[in-house]
Design a protein around this ligand. Structure first.
Ligand SMILES: Cc1cc2nc3c(=O)[nH]c(=O)nc-3n(C[C@H](O)[C@H](O)[C@H](O)COP(=O)(O)OP(=O)(O)OC[C@H]3O[C@@H](n4cnc5c(N)ncnc54)[C@H](O)[C@@H]3O)c2cc1C
Length: 449
C-alpha cells in the first residue's frame, strides 16, 4: 500500500493494530497487510476517503467491532477506518424529540443522554454497553425490545456521510416528516459500510416509558412456550420484550450462576411491559395467558429491581453460551407462527449433521439466534458445522423468513444472500452501489458488495 499521509492518526503499535483487524465474528483473523486510522473528526474521514479512492485502496469502516458477521474485519491491503472517536452527543432536543450524535457514541450513552431529558432511545441490542451508533446504523441493529419499538431504522431521521472521493453529503431530515425526494437515509441504514462512512446521525427519540416489570415463565416443552408466544402476540397490548430460551440456553446460564431458572424445564419466556400506568396490570395478564398456554412456573417482579434480577439470566446469555465453547451464532427471523417449525426442524438438521445447537432469541419477533457448536480446527467437525449452518439458512428461507433479522450479512453470510434475494436484486444492489462508490472501495466483499 502507498504510504498514507502523515497527518492521519494511524495506529502504529502492531498488537493494537491487530486488535482492530477483527470483530466478534466466529473465526475472524487479521490479514497480513492493512492500516488502521482512528479518525478524530469528519476531516480525517474525508482525507482517508479521498486518498483511498485515488489509490483504489479498500476501506473497511469500523465501530466497536462487536459485529457478529465479519463485516468490520480487515481485508488484505485495506485501510480500517475506525470512527469510535467521533463520540460526541451533540444535541438532545426535548422539543423536537431528536438527538444528533457522532457515529462513535456508544448505544447506552445515547440512551442515558435521552433519559436525562425524560426521553427514550429504544433500540436495545444486547451489546448496547459497547456497540456504537455508527455500527448500529450500518447493521440496522435490533435487540430486546423490537417487538414493541422496532429496529434502528425506525429511529434514524438523517445522516451525514462521507463518500469515496471525500464528498460529504447530508441525507434525510430533522423534522417530524418530509416528503422531499428519495429516501437516501434508508439506503445507508443496513448497508454495512458499503456505500460510505457515516459521520453524523440524527435520531428520533420518544417519551420515556414507565420502568418495565418482568414475568419469567418456564414451560415443560417447546410447544407450550410457542403457544404462549402466539397468545402474547395477539394481546391488544403486546409486551415490550419477549425473549425465548431453550433448555440448552437455560442450562448454560444456570452453569454460570443461579439465575432462578428451575432445573429440567424445557423452555422459558421472559416478558415485559413498560406501558405507562398499566405495567402491573399488563404483566398480570401476560402471566395468566402463559399459564393457560401450559406454563408450569411463573415469577412476576413487583418492582424494577426484581424485574432486573429476573432479566439478568438473559443479559448473560452470550457469555454463558461462549463458556460452552466456540460457537457460530446464526441470526434468522421467520414469521412468528413458524417459530415451532424453526426450532424443531433446526434441531433435527443439526442432529443429522452431528452438531450441537441451541436456539434462543427474540421470540416475540420470530428472530432466533441458533448457535452451533463445532471445532473449526478439525476438518470433519468444521465441514459438518458449515453444512448445518447452510441447511439452517435454507430452512429460514423456506419458512418465508430472512437469513438476518438484525446482525447483517458481512462475510459469513455473503455466500447465502443470493439464495434469499435472488440474482436480479443483487445486481440492482451492486448497480446502486456504483452511484456512490464507482471504484468499489467501500467494504468490498461484504454483504452483496
Ligand atoms: C454480546 C453481543 C450481543 C449482541 N447483541 C445484539 C443484539 O441484540 N442485536 C443486534 O442487532 N446485534 C447484536 N450484536 C451485534 C453487534 O453488536 C451489532 O451488529 C452492532 O450494531 C455493531 O456495532 P459496532 O459499533 O460494534 O460495529 P462494528 O462491528 O465495528 O461494525 C459493524 C458494521 O458497521 C459498519 N460501520 C461501523 N461504523 C460505521 C460508520 N461510521 N460508517 C459506516 N459504516 C460503519 C462496519 O463496516 C460493519 O459493516 C451483539 C454482539 C455481541 C458481541
Amino acid at each position: 500500500m502507498s504510504a498514507l499521509p502523515d497527518s492521519l492518526p494511524l495506529v502504529t503499535d502492531l498488537d493494537v493494530k491487530r486488535s482492530y483487524a477483527v470483530d466478534a465474528s466466529f473465526g475472524a483473523t487479521a490479514p497480513a497487510d492493512f492500516e488502521v486510522v482512528r479518525a478524530r473528526d469528519t476531516d480525517d474521514v474525508v482525507e482517508v476517503m479521498r486518498y483511498a479512492n485515488a489509490h483504489r485502496i479498500p476501506v473497511v469502516p469500523q465501530g466497536a467491532r462487536t459485529g457478529l458477521n465479519g463485516a468490520a474485519v480487515a481485508t488484505e491491503g485495506c485501510i480500517v477506518l475506525n470512527t469510535e472517536r467521533l463520540d460526541t452527543v451533540k444535541t438532545v432536543d426535548p422539543l423536537e424529540q431528536i438527538a444528533v450524535v457522532g457515529p462513535g457514541v456508544v448505544t447506552e450513552e445515547l440512551k442515558q443522554a435521552a433519559r436525562a431529558e425524560g426521553l427514550f432511545y429504544p433500540p436495545d441490542p444486547a451489546s448496547a454497553a459497547s456497540s456504537t451508533l455508527g455500527g448500529n446504523v450500518a447493521t440496522n441493529a435490533g435487540g430486546l425490545c423490537c417487538i414493541k419499538y422496532g429496529v434502528t431504522a425506525d429511529y434514524i431521521r438523517g445522516l451525514e456521510v462521507v463518500l469515496p472521493g471525500g464528498e460529504v453529503i447530508t441525507t434525510g431530515r430533522r423534522t417530524a416528516k418530509s416528503s422531499a425526494g428519495l429516501d437516501l437515509t434508508g439506503l445507508f441504514v443496513g448497508a454495512e459500510g458499503t456505500l460510505g462512512v457515516v459521520t453524523k446521525i440524527v435520531t428520533r427519540l420518544v417519551p420515556a416509558p414507565e420502568d418495565a416489570l418482568t414475568v419469567l415463565a418456564t414451560f415443560p416443552d417447546l410447544e407450550a412456550a410457542a403457544q404462549a408466544i402466539v397468545a402474547l402476540r395477539r394481546d391488544p397490548q403486546p409486551p415490550c420484550l419477549l425473549e425465548f430460551l431453550d433448555a440448552f440456553a437455560i442450562a448454560a446460564v444456570q452453569d454460570l450462576a443461579d439465575y432462578g431458572f428451575p432445573e429440567d424445564c424445557g423452555a422459558a419466556l421472559l416478558v415485559q411491559s413498560d406501558r405507562t400506568g398499566h405495567v402491573a396490570e399488563d404483566v398480570a395478564r401476560y402471566a395468566t395467558l402463559m399459564e393457560s398456554a401450559g406454563a408450569d412456573e411463573i415469577a412476576i417482579a413487583d418492582d424494577p429491581q426484581e424485574s432486573d434480577a429476573l432479566l439478568a439470566g438473559r443479559r448473560v446469555l452470550n457469555t454463558a453460551l461462549e463458556a460452552k465453547g466456540p460457537n457460530l451464532i446464526e441470526d434468522m427471523c421467520v414469521p412468528v407462527g413458524e417459530l415451532p417449525t424453526l426450532v424443531t426442524r433446526g434441531r433435527e438438521i443439526c442432529a443429522a449433521h452431528g452438531v450441537e445447537v441451541t436456539l434462543p432469541g427474540h421470540g416475540g419477533d420470530g428472530n432466533l439466534h441458533p448457535s452451533t457448536y463445532f471445532d473449526p480446527t478439525d476438518p470433519d467437525s468444521n465441514a459438518r458445522g458449515h453444512a448445518a449452518f447452510s441447511d439452517l439458512v435454507d430452512l429460514a428461507i423456506s419458512l418465508g423468513g430472512t437469513i438476518s433479522g438484525e446482525h447483517g450479512i458481512g462475510t459469513i453470510k455473503a455466500p447465502y444472500l443470493r439464495r434469499q434475494v435472488g440474482d436480479a436484486a443483487i445486481a440492482r444492489m451492486r448497480a446502486l452501489r456504483g452511484v456512490f462508490d464507482p471504484h468499489g472501495i467501500c467494504n468490498p466483499g461484504k454483504s452483496y458488495a
